[in-house]
Ligand binder design. Structure first.
Ligand SMILES: [Zn+2]
Length: 118
């Protein structure tokens, strides 16, 4: 269950940026290729956030679609499923341009909301 380790790092990152304040909302970007199950992540997050400044924060998950550039014909394709294949020529030599993201984009804190930067 890799959602648990993801949840753990999200809690760590958010706690570190919170600087002792309570976190009310976490904006998370997750690439499609990470194959994260949102409900499993929400459950894991609830579990590992207990007793931390992040406890009871809302998790705002945004999925980033997978996309890549074909090394053969140069076309950019949106990649929906495996195997990753160029939509223009059918080639499999794809350089990923998005879809592997997994990071905390920003946080909302209890007072004086602040950007975490990226
Ligand atoms: Zn191609």
């Amino acid at each position: 269950m890799h959602e648990l380790s993801i949840a753990q790092s999200v809690v760590e990152i958010a706690s570190r940026h919170a600087g002792g304040r309570r976190v009310t909302r976490i904006y998370l970007k997750v690439g499609h290729l990470r194959q994260v199950v949102p409900s499993a992540l929400a459950f894991s997050f609830e579990l590992v956030s207990q007793g931390t400044p992040v406890e009871a924060a809302e998790l705002d998950l945004e999925e980033v679609p997978a996309a890549g550039m074909c090394r053969v014909c140069g076309a950019e394709s949106r990649l929906e499923s495996f195997p990753l294949r160029c939509a223009a020529c059918g080639g499999l030599d794809i350089e990923l341009t998005s879809g592997e993201e997994l990071y905390v984009e920003s946080l909302e804190l209890e007072e004086h909301p602040q950007e975490t930067g990226s």
